[in-house]
Design a protein around this ligand. Structure first.
Ligand SMILES: [Zn+2]
Length: 265
Protein backbone atom coordinates (compact mmCIF):
# COMPACT_ATOMS: atom_id res chain seq x y z
CA UNK A 1 0.00 0.00 0.00
CA UNK A 2 1.33 3.41 -0.98
CA UNK A 3 0.11 6.67 0.47
CA UNK A 4 0.98 10.32 0.13
CA UNK A 5 -0.49 12.24 3.04
CA UNK A 6 2.21 14.48 4.50
CA UNK A 7 4.22 17.46 3.37
CA UNK A 8 7.30 15.27 3.55
CA UNK A 9 5.70 12.73 1.19
CA UNK A 10 4.79 15.54 -1.20
CA UNK A 11 8.34 16.92 -1.17
CA UNK A 12 9.73 13.54 -2.13
CA UNK A 13 7.83 13.49 -5.41
CA UNK A 14 8.27 17.13 -6.35
CA UNK A 15 11.50 16.49 -8.22
CA UNK A 16 10.87 13.21 -10.00
CA UNK A 17 13.30 12.78 -12.93
CA UNK A 18 10.54 12.81 -15.56
CA UNK A 19 7.75 15.13 -16.67
CA UNK A 20 4.37 13.77 -15.56
CA UNK A 21 2.65 15.22 -18.64
CA UNK A 22 4.81 13.98 -21.54
CA UNK A 23 6.58 11.21 -19.61
CA UNK A 24 10.06 12.16 -20.91
CA UNK A 25 13.03 12.38 -18.59
CA UNK A 26 14.34 15.86 -17.97
CA UNK A 27 17.44 16.92 -19.77
CA UNK A 28 19.92 19.24 -18.09
CA UNK A 29 19.05 21.90 -20.68
CA UNK A 30 15.31 21.74 -19.97
CA UNK A 31 13.66 24.55 -18.07
CA UNK A 32 11.41 23.03 -15.48
CA UNK A 33 8.36 24.34 -13.72
CA UNK A 34 6.08 23.03 -10.98
CA UNK A 35 2.43 22.23 -11.52
CA UNK A 36 0.04 22.18 -8.60
CA UNK A 37 -2.36 19.29 -8.96
CA UNK A 38 -5.19 20.14 -8.50
CA UNK A 39 -4.40 23.78 -9.31
CA UNK A 40 -3.90 26.15 -6.41
CA UNK A 41 -6.74 28.44 -7.47
CA UNK A 42 -9.28 25.73 -6.66
CA UNK A 43 -8.50 25.92 -2.96
CA UNK A 44 -9.42 28.40 -0.27
CA UNK A 45 -6.32 30.08 1.16
CA UNK A 46 -6.22 27.93 4.35
CA UNK A 47 -6.48 24.80 2.18
CA UNK A 48 -3.54 25.64 -0.09
CA UNK A 49 -1.17 23.79 2.25
CA UNK A 50 0.13 21.42 1.59
CA UNK A 51 -0.28 20.85 -2.17
CA UNK A 52 0.86 18.10 -4.51
CA UNK A 53 3.43 19.62 -6.87
CA UNK A 54 5.16 17.88 -9.75
CA UNK A 55 7.79 18.94 -12.24
CA UNK A 56 6.90 19.62 -15.87
CA UNK A 57 8.62 21.04 -18.92
CA UNK A 58 8.10 24.75 -18.59
CA UNK A 59 7.21 25.51 -22.18
CA UNK A 60 5.82 22.39 -23.79
CA UNK A 61 3.92 20.93 -20.87
CA UNK A 62 3.42 23.38 -18.04
CA UNK A 63 1.41 26.18 -19.60
CA UNK A 64 -2.16 25.47 -18.64
CA UNK A 65 -4.39 24.86 -21.62
CA UNK A 66 -7.14 27.40 -22.18
CA UNK A 67 -9.48 24.53 -21.74
CA UNK A 68 -8.25 24.08 -18.20
CA UNK A 69 -8.69 27.74 -17.38
CA UNK A 70 -12.26 27.75 -18.52
CA UNK A 71 -13.16 24.59 -16.69
CA UNK A 72 -11.24 25.64 -13.61
CA UNK A 73 -13.08 28.93 -13.47
CA UNK A 74 -16.36 27.06 -13.45
CA UNK A 75 -15.14 24.62 -10.83
CA UNK A 76 -13.91 27.35 -8.53
CA UNK A 77 -17.20 29.19 -8.86
CA UNK A 78 -19.09 26.03 -8.04
CA UNK A 79 -16.98 25.15 -5.03
CA UNK A 80 -16.62 28.58 -3.46
CA UNK A 81 -19.46 30.61 -4.92
CA UNK A 82 -22.11 28.21 -3.75
CA UNK A 83 -24.70 29.41 -1.31
CA UNK A 84 -27.69 27.27 -0.57
CA UNK A 85 -30.21 29.99 -1.44
CA UNK A 86 -28.66 30.70 -4.81
CA UNK A 87 -27.71 27.19 -5.56
CA UNK A 88 -30.58 26.25 -7.81
CA UNK A 89 -29.97 29.23 -10.03
CA UNK A 90 -26.25 28.79 -10.24
CA UNK A 91 -26.35 25.14 -11.00
CA UNK A 92 -28.96 25.12 -13.71
CA UNK A 93 -27.58 22.87 -16.30
CA UNK A 94 -26.04 24.36 -19.35
CA UNK A 95 -27.31 23.22 -22.70
CA UNK A 96 -24.93 23.42 -25.60
CA UNK A 97 -24.32 21.74 -28.91
CA UNK A 98 -21.64 19.10 -29.07
CA UNK A 99 -19.04 19.81 -31.74
CA UNK A 100 -18.43 16.07 -32.08
CA UNK A 101 -21.89 14.80 -32.75
CA UNK A 102 -24.03 17.91 -33.13
CA UNK A 103 -26.30 16.60 -30.39
CA UNK A 104 -27.40 18.92 -27.63
CA UNK A 105 -25.67 18.24 -24.39
CA UNK A 106 -26.82 19.43 -21.03
CA UNK A 107 -23.94 19.37 -18.68
CA UNK A 108 -21.20 21.11 -16.87
CA UNK A 109 -18.64 20.94 -19.67
CA UNK A 110 -18.55 17.20 -19.27
CA UNK A 111 -15.93 16.49 -21.89
CA UNK A 112 -13.64 19.22 -20.66
CA UNK A 113 -13.87 17.98 -17.11
CA UNK A 114 -12.85 14.54 -18.35
CA UNK A 115 -9.80 15.89 -20.14
CA UNK A 116 -8.82 17.82 -17.06
CA UNK A 117 -9.21 14.74 -14.87
CA UNK A 118 -7.05 12.65 -17.20
CA UNK A 119 -4.25 15.14 -16.72
CA UNK A 120 -4.68 15.00 -12.95
CA UNK A 121 -4.70 11.20 -12.96
CA UNK A 122 -1.39 11.22 -14.82
CA UNK A 123 -0.04 13.26 -11.91
CA UNK A 124 -1.45 10.95 -9.24
CA UNK A 125 -0.04 7.91 -11.02
CA UNK A 126 3.39 9.58 -11.25
CA UNK A 127 3.29 10.65 -7.59
CA UNK A 128 2.26 7.24 -6.22
CA UNK A 129 4.27 4.96 -8.48
CA UNK A 130 7.19 7.20 -9.50
CA UNK A 131 6.69 6.34 -13.16
CA UNK A 132 4.93 8.20 -15.97
CA UNK A 133 1.54 7.09 -17.24
CA UNK A 134 1.75 6.39 -20.98
CA UNK A 135 -0.04 8.63 -23.44
CA UNK A 136 -2.03 5.77 -24.93
CA UNK A 137 -3.63 4.94 -21.59
CA UNK A 138 -7.39 4.51 -21.90
CA UNK A 139 -9.71 6.03 -19.35
CA UNK A 140 -13.31 5.51 -18.29
CA UNK A 141 -14.35 8.33 -15.99
CA UNK A 142 -17.61 9.18 -14.30
CA UNK A 143 -17.43 12.84 -13.38
CA UNK A 144 -19.56 14.19 -10.53
CA UNK A 145 -21.51 16.30 -13.03
CA UNK A 146 -24.50 14.90 -14.89
CA UNK A 147 -24.99 15.07 -18.63
CA UNK A 148 -27.84 14.43 -21.02
CA UNK A 149 -29.23 15.00 -24.49
CA UNK A 150 -32.36 16.74 -25.75
CA UNK A 151 -34.80 14.49 -27.60
CA UNK A 152 -38.13 15.82 -28.87
CA UNK A 153 -37.68 18.84 -26.67
CA UNK A 154 -37.15 16.73 -23.58
CA UNK A 155 -34.03 16.38 -21.55
CA UNK A 156 -32.95 12.77 -21.40
CA UNK A 157 -30.38 12.09 -18.76
CA UNK A 158 -27.41 10.06 -19.79
CA UNK A 159 -27.66 7.25 -17.26
CA UNK A 160 -24.83 6.56 -14.88
CA UNK A 161 -23.02 3.69 -16.52
CA UNK A 162 -23.34 0.28 -14.90
CA UNK A 163 -19.56 0.05 -14.55
CA UNK A 164 -19.57 3.11 -12.28
CA UNK A 165 -21.40 1.14 -9.58
CA UNK A 166 -18.77 -1.59 -9.87
CA UNK A 167 -15.95 0.93 -9.44
CA UNK A 168 -17.67 2.39 -6.37
CA UNK A 169 -18.09 -1.04 -4.83
CA UNK A 170 -14.49 -2.00 -5.62
CA UNK A 171 -13.19 1.15 -3.90
CA UNK A 172 -15.39 0.63 -0.83
CA UNK A 173 -14.49 -3.04 -0.50
CA UNK A 174 -10.79 -2.35 -0.69
CA UNK A 175 -11.07 0.58 1.69
CA UNK A 176 -12.57 -1.78 4.28
CA UNK A 177 -9.72 -4.20 3.60
CA UNK A 178 -7.18 -1.38 4.12
CA UNK A 179 -6.04 -2.05 0.63
CA UNK A 180 -6.06 1.28 -1.25
CA UNK A 181 -3.22 3.47 -2.46
CA UNK A 182 -4.15 7.07 -1.72
CA UNK A 183 -3.25 10.73 -1.78
CA UNK A 184 -4.64 13.28 0.65
CA UNK A 185 -3.54 16.91 0.31
CA UNK A 186 -4.78 20.48 0.71
CA UNK A 187 -5.96 20.28 4.29
CA UNK A 188 -7.96 17.16 3.58
CA UNK A 189 -10.07 18.87 0.91
CA UNK A 190 -8.62 16.70 -1.81
CA UNK A 191 -8.49 12.91 -1.80
CA UNK A 192 -7.56 10.33 -4.45
CA UNK A 193 -7.83 6.58 -3.87
CA UNK A 194 -7.05 3.66 -6.14
CA UNK A 195 -6.52 -0.07 -6.38
CA UNK A 196 -5.40 -2.36 -9.20
CA UNK A 197 -7.78 -5.04 -10.35
CA UNK A 198 -7.86 -7.71 -13.06
CA UNK A 199 -10.56 -7.25 -15.69
CA UNK A 200 -12.54 -10.09 -17.23
CA UNK A 201 -10.03 -10.28 -20.10
CA UNK A 202 -7.25 -10.77 -17.50
CA UNK A 203 -5.67 -7.37 -18.16
CA UNK A 204 -4.83 -5.06 -15.27
CA UNK A 205 -6.49 -1.74 -14.64
CA UNK A 206 -6.46 0.86 -11.92
CA UNK A 207 -9.82 1.68 -10.33
CA UNK A 208 -9.86 5.13 -8.74
CA UNK A 209 -12.04 7.67 -6.97
CA UNK A 210 -11.56 11.41 -6.50
CA UNK A 211 -13.08 13.79 -4.00
CA UNK A 212 -12.64 17.56 -4.03
CA UNK A 213 -14.60 19.57 -1.46
CA UNK A 214 -17.41 16.99 -1.51
CA UNK A 215 -18.06 17.82 -5.15
CA UNK A 216 -20.65 15.13 -5.71
CA UNK A 217 -23.22 17.56 -4.28
CA UNK A 218 -22.23 20.36 -6.66
CA UNK A 219 -23.99 18.95 -9.70
CA UNK A 220 -27.65 19.57 -10.40
CA UNK A 221 -28.87 17.31 -7.63
CA UNK A 222 -32.47 18.43 -8.01
CA UNK A 223 -32.78 16.99 -11.47
CA UNK A 224 -30.21 14.26 -11.43
CA UNK A 225 -29.03 11.51 -9.13
CA UNK A 226 -25.87 12.70 -7.35
CA UNK A 227 -22.81 10.69 -8.25
CA UNK A 228 -19.26 10.67 -6.96
CA UNK A 229 -16.24 10.74 -9.21
CA UNK A 230 -14.77 7.32 -9.98
CA UNK A 231 -13.31 5.50 -12.93
CA UNK A 232 -10.66 3.25 -14.33
CA UNK A 233 -7.61 3.38 -16.53
CA UNK A 234 -5.85 0.49 -18.17
CA UNK A 235 -2.23 -0.46 -17.76
CA UNK A 236 -0.70 0.11 -21.22
CA UNK A 237 2.25 -2.14 -20.33
CA UNK A 238 0.03 -4.83 -18.87
CA UNK A 239 2.04 -4.54 -15.65
CA UNK A 240 1.01 -3.37 -12.21
CA UNK A 241 3.39 -0.79 -10.76
CA UNK A 242 5.72 -2.02 -8.05
CA UNK A 243 4.17 -2.02 -4.56
CA UNK A 244 0.78 -0.97 -5.91
CA UNK A 245 -2.23 -2.32 -4.03
CA UNK A 246 -4.04 -5.16 -5.76
CA UNK A 247 -7.75 -5.70 -5.23
CA UNK A 248 -8.76 -8.18 -2.58
CA UNK A 249 -10.31 -11.46 -3.74
CA UNK A 250 -12.00 -11.99 -0.39
CA UNK A 251 -15.78 -12.12 -0.37
CA UNK A 252 -17.34 -10.12 2.43
CA UNK A 253 -20.28 -7.82 2.75
CA UNK A 254 -19.76 -4.09 2.94
CA UNK A 255 -21.96 -1.09 3.66
CA UNK A 256 -22.93 0.44 0.33
CA UNK A 257 -26.21 2.31 0.58
CA UNK A 258 -25.16 5.16 -1.69
CA UNK A 259 -24.13 3.00 -4.60
CA UNK A 260 -23.05 5.91 -6.81
CA UNK A 261 -20.72 7.56 -4.33
CA UNK A 262 -17.31 6.03 -3.56
CA UNK A 263 -16.95 8.27 -0.52
CA UNK A 264 -20.52 7.84 0.74
CA UNK A 265 -22.04 5.43 3.21
ZN1 LIG B 1 6.97 17.37 -20.55
Amino acid sequence: MISLTTQKDAREVRDLPFCYICGNRFDTADSINYDHIPPESIFDIPDRNFPLKLSTHERQCHSPMNLDDEVLGQLVALIHGKQPSERNDKLKIDIYQSTDTGSLIASFSQRNIELLLRRWIKAFHAALYREPLADDTKFAIQTPFPSGTIKNGQLIEEPIREQHYKFVECIKRNRVAGNLDYIETNNGKFRYECVWDKLSDNSWACVFSIDLYGWKDLGDINNFQPRGCAGLYNSPTGMVPENASKATRLEFSIANSDTADPFGS
